[in-house]
Design a protein around this ligand. Sequence first.
Ligand SMILES: [Zn+2]
Ligand SMILES: [Zn+2]
Length: 70
Amino acid sequence: MNCWHCDRPAHGACQFCGRAICREHVKLMPSVIDIYQNHQGQYKALVVADALYCGVCHPQEDPVELKDLD
Ligand SMILES: [Zn+2]
Ligand SMILES: [Zn+2]
């Protein structure tokens, strides 16, 4: 797969949308990988500080509410 920006061989893929990106065009962005509830009932988020990001897509800052999962 080639880089979305320059069409050269890619080194990785955007964590958020899956676009391929080379080392030159990759950006880094914190990514929430998991959210859980602790014993006190507070929600905690596990965050990867330097997730690969393509610079093109628009990750949501806040978690999206999931409906109708029951
Ligand atoms: Zn590139
Ligand atoms: Zn992306």
